[in-house]
Design a protein around this ligand. Structure first.
Ligand SMILES: Nc1ncnc2c1ncn2[C@@H]1O[C@H](COP(=O)(O)OP(=O)(O)OP(=O)(O)O)[C@@H](O)[C@H]1O
Length: 862
């Protein structure tokens, strides 16, 4: 079966809210220019097309020749000799008039010379060359039935350009010469004279400039703003402060909907001849330039009868548009209003405190912190989708043909174009078994000669079968284009991660806090590290250092090293560690266990505060309803990122698996989230325990179906095309996303930008953890390295008989981290007992006398 009988239908399937939109068939104006249905008509169209093509070539040569031969042909074509009438004059007549037989130099003879003279000299000057283009475009379209440009657009643009060019050249040339010239033609010359007499020469100049700018505004929405890079303010403003600070590009991204590509629907109708006028127009991609036009057209074409019920819609599209009908005012019955007196409650102590000193501001320590700006990121790709009509139609035909070869008939086919793949959704004719289509995956891939064909049969919740075909020119999705969207800027998610763009070119933003943990897997070189960088970048663009801390584990040692510069802002580490980025397996185990301790401590805090999660806890703390003297503190989110989990599992196995599983099971409510990446998605790495606790999984391309099953519990990841093409499984859903691309230099610039600002004195210190062999714990502590305030703190806790960090913090006016370090040293020295969750530690010295003796002993040792 050939695709000859199939025609496209202009039909934007969904409006911006995803509702199907209506265009009645009857409303479509017949656009066909051939006598429909007649073979003769079709032949005639072809002949006309051929003629126009040849004519365009004739014009071209005649016009070019005119530029060289106009002087020689002047006497022949001039009005004095009769102009066009010279065509019909005989030699005798010329002789009688005393004129020598005309000598024609134009390469296209008498007619060529006369035509060129008419168009170029008499009319529009060299702008007349545009006529050649018009003839060519129309001729080509009629002959080959291939649309180069829309005819009406071509005519419109050309008419304007011809007149404008002729006038402008005439205007300029008017300063040099007082006679018409072939540059502008007589039209350009005399029009200028006429206009100059009315509004003066400066007036004509102004009019021309105005016309040019007006046209730029109408067609290109030109907005006369200078690039944001030249302006200081735009670059130094933090993200998230509203669109006013954004450059033109960024504003463009803000209107994310402009980039969404609506599906293209193909209509399968074997009996109908392919309507050429209709076909290409329907297939137009929704690039930013034509989207507005289309939306406008749609609005004009969408006429909905005021009270139409769904069954009244004649073309059978089964949807209804809900309208909220306002009731006439006089039907409203206004019940009498009784206002109960407002009870005045006495403000609680917390309210009084808030009234007096305001809410607690966790960002106060770094109040001058500037969020990274968008200009640190680069723009890759054009931001436009470049699947052309031929590719779309050819793929459609191949799919239809292949299925046709197996006697599978299709009722409808629709294409949705994404940055890297196009989704063809087909509805088979009744009676076709879905498994039959699924089995043809390889055959369709073969016929399309493309890697990475994925068949989704059936599409969940859609009642169609999806065939994803990679685009021949995939579009790179830059991180900048994703972060600049309104969707990201105004998101109210707790931990928004901008992953990239979906198949319908929509920006996909997930909330890590809700996921609540993410498993990332994919073969080497398929974009995993870029993905992790994208996650980190999104969070860095949205969060203040007070709100978020990262624990970075990088056994490969090089992948996350760029983030070292933000240690004092965003990283957390074990006390006493030099590097915040953990590369050693032993230290990873300590860190994971330390995170477990932090988790337990946070749960205790939550329990004492009688709240259920971190958000409620922090809200209570901000409103000063929790007393810092009781150990309460503002709790930042902690995101643990492990770049190569396989390596850890190989070297430490259960020692790593157990704390990870514990964290994954419990840490969600206390704001600890895990992102774990691996390039070896085998079952001994992604074990059952791990899998069970990571409902959100991100798969880049893997090499086998088995690997795909290990990650996603289904195939699909083996059919991706790499370079950031990924599948995100969130429980039941499987979404194909093109990962946003952020390059290493960009990450470096972001780290420099943040690292260059004032930070905290050190990274956030996680609780101490004593390993089984004591390594890395407080027993390692050397008494000679004790804090200068150690003795004062010891006296304080013994005096109060209360081993609490907040006591030391308050009385000695120290920061939380330092007080925490001192209490650990006191524990190591045997002055206080071990950590007991939210309770204060036990003090092991009953009075100051025994303590002084002990301290003297310490001094002597040192
Ligand atoms: N989202 C993307 N868009 C375009 N190209 C990408 C994208 N992600 C990755 N690539 C390309 O793929 C290359 C490899 O990516 P990346 O380094 O992230 O792979 P990887 O899976 O981390 O590999 P490895 O496991 O060996 O570190 C990049 O250098 C880049 O050229």
């Amino acid at each position: 079966m050939s695709g000859k009988g199939n025609s496209f239908r202009k039909n934007i399937q969904h409006d911006t809210e995803g509702r199907p939109s209506l265009r009645k068939k009857s409303e479509r104006k017949p656009r066909s220019y051939a006598p429909s249905g007649s073979a003769l008509g079709s032949k005639l169209v072809k002949i006309i097309g051929l003629f126009l093509l040849i004519l365009s070539v004739y014009f071209l040569i005649a016009f070019i020749s005119y530029l060289f031969t106009w002087k020689e042909d002047q006497s022949y074509v001039s009005a004095a000799n009769g102009g066009w009438h010279t065509l019909f004059k005989t030699r005798e007549e010329f002789a009688l008039a005393g004129i020598e037989p005309p000598v024609i130099q134009n390469w296209m003879g008498k007619v060529g010379a006369l035509l060129a003279h008419q168009f170029i000299y008499k009319w529009f000057g060299i702008a007349s060359f545009i006529f050649v283009g018009i003839l060519f475009v129309i001729g080509y379209r009629l002959l080959f039935k291939v649309k180069i440009l829309s005819i009406w657009k071509t005519l419109g643009y050309s008419a304007f350009t011809i007149i404008f060019l002729s006038l402008t050249l005439g205007f300029i040339h008017g300063f040099i010469s007082n006679y018409p010239h072939f540059l502008e033609g007589e039209f350009g010359f005399w029009s200028n004279r006429l206009l100059a007499a009315q509004i003066g020469v400066p007036g004509v100049g102004g009019l021309l400039i105005f016309t040019l700018l007006a046209v730029l505004i109408v067609f290109f929405n030109f907005d006369f703003k200078f690039s944001s890079r030249s302006g200081q303010s735009a670059t130094s403003q933090p993200l998230g402060k509203g669109p006013a600070n954004l450059s033109r590009d960024e504003e463009r991204y803000l209107h994310e909907s402009e980039y969404r590509v609506d599906p293209v629907e193909f209509r399968l109708n074997k009996n109908k001849e392919l309507s050429e006028e209709e076909a290409p127009a329907t297939n137009q991609l929704k690039t930013p330039a034509n989207l507005n036009n289309d939306a406008e057209k749609l609005r004009q074409n969408l006429t909905i009868p005021p009270k139409s019920k769904p069954e009244e819609v004649k073309d059978g599209l089964d949807f209804s548009i809900e309208r909220s009908e306002e009731k006439p005012k006089n039907e409203l019955i206004t019940p009498p209003l009784t206002v109960s007196p407002i009870k005045e409650e006495k403000p609680s102590t917390a309210d009084e405190l808030v009234e007096k000193v305001g809410q607690y501001d966790p960002k106060l320590d770094l109040s001058s912190y500037q969020y990274p700006t968008l200009d640190l990121l680069r723009d890759y790709g054009s931001g436009k989708i470049t699947v052309n009509n031929h590719e779309l139609e050819a793929n459609k035909d191949k799919i239809v043909d292949t299925l046709g070869n197996y006697n599978i008939e299709i009722a409808k086919i629709k294409a949705t174009i994404g940055p890297t793949v196009t989704l063809y959704e087909i509805i088979p004719k009744p009676g076709v078994r879905i498994s039959k289509i699924k089995n043809l995956e390889d055959d369709i891939a073969l016929s399309l000669a493309a890697l990475g064909i994925r068949i989704i049969a059936p599409m969940p919740g859609k009642g169609t079968i999806g065939i994803e075909v990679p685009n021949s020119h995939p579009e790179m999705v830059s991180m900048r284009s994703v972060l600049a969207t309104e969707k990201f800027q105004h998101t109210d998610m707790d931990l928004p991660i901008a992953l990239g763009r979906t198949i319908s070119n929509e920006v996909y933003i997930a909330d890590l806090a809700k996921m609540p943990h993410l498993l990332v897997a994919g073969a080497t070189g398929q974009g995993k590290s870029v993905g992790i960088n994208a996650i980190l970048t999104s969070l860095l663009y949205k969060k203040h250092p007070a709100e978020l801390k990262f624990v970075l584990v990088d056994p490969k040692k090089v992948e996350l090293s760029l983030f070292k510069k933000i240690e004092r802002h965003f990283l957390a580490k074990l006390p006493g560690e030099e590097d915040a980025i953990i590369t050693d397996t032993k230290k990873v185990i300590n860190t994971l266990n330390s995170l477990c301790i932090e988790m337990d401590a946070r749960y205790d805090l939550l329990k004492n505060a009688q709240v259920r999660n971190l958000k409620e806890y922090n809200a209570k703390f901000i409103n000063r309803r929790l007393n810092p003297e009781e150990g309460h503190r503002y709790l930042p989110f902690i995101v643990l990122i492990v770049d190569e989990f396989a390596d850890l599992m190989m070297t430490a196995g259960k020692e790593v698996e157990t704390p990870i599983a514990r964290l994954a099971q419990l840490a969600r409510a206390v704001g600890i989230h895990l992102v774990i990446a691996t390039q070896r998605p085998s079952v001994n790495i992604i074990t059952g325990t791990i899998k069970a606790n990571f409902p959100a999984r991100l798969a880049f391309r893997v090499l086998s179906k088995v690997d795909s099953r290990t990650i996603l519990d289904s195939g699909g990841a083996d059919q991706l095309i790499g370079r950031g093409d990924m599948l995100l499984a969130t429980g039941s859903d499987l979404i194909r996303i093109q990962c946003a691309f952020v390059d290493t230099p960009e990450v470096e610039e972001i780290s420099d930008f943040i690292g260059g600002q004032r930070g905290y004195p050190s990274a956030l210190l996680l609780p101490e953890y004593v390993g089984e062999d004591g390594e890395g714990g407080i027993e390692d502590f050397d008494m000679r390295d004790r804090d200068p305030m150690f003795e004062d703190a010891a006296r304080l806790v013994v005096l109060h008989q209360q081993g609490s960090t907040s006591l030391i913090q308050r009385k000695l006016k120290l920061g939380y981290n330092r007080a925490g370090r001192i209490i650990d040293q006191l524990e190591a020295a045997g002055i206080v007992g071990p950590f007991e969750g939210s309770k204060a530690r036990e003090v092991l010295f009953p009075d100051e006398y025994s303590l002084e003796q002990f301290l003297d002993g310490l001094k002597k040792d040192a």
